[in-house]
Design a protein. Structure first.
Length: 121
């Protein structure tokens, strides 16, 4: 089983405990919601926003940085965005150097899946 399959159920479990929205960025419809990401995400600033397969929209990080900074200025705390992405891509590889997301992004790379969680071929 790949790490995304392990992380997604945990993310949805977290989402059940608080107001949230889930966007699967492999979905054309969900990517279309983010054609103007700052407007869409600002409309949901009171919710946890789960962005699955976030590596599909690498330019989104610039928008997230601005939203996080604006939120901090008005007292919003960490934990507004939960980003899930490909286990084969390390965040440093798809973050633009100019993003400036350093102190706004915490990563948790999952180790290899336990044998009991691997697909049985």
């Amino acid at each position: 089983m790949d790490h995304a399959r392990l992380a997604r159920p945990r993310a949805l479990e977290i989402a059940e405990r608080r107001p949230s929205i889930y966007l699967d960025l492999e979905s054309d419809a969900d990517r279309a919601r983010l054609t103007e990401p700052e407007l869409y995400l600002a409309d949901h600033e009171d919710k946890l926003v789960i962005l699955d397969e976030v590596h599909r929209l690498p330019n989104l990080f610039q928008n997230l940085r601005g939203l996080i900074d604006r939120g901090r200025r008005v007292g919003r705390k960490a934990g507004r965005f939960l980003l899930l992405g490909s286990a084969s891509i390390h965040p440093k590889q798809f973050l633009p150097n100019s993003c400036g997301c350093g102190d706004r992004l915490a990563t948790n790379a999952a180790g290899p899946a336990p044998l009991g969680h691997r697909n049985q071929a």
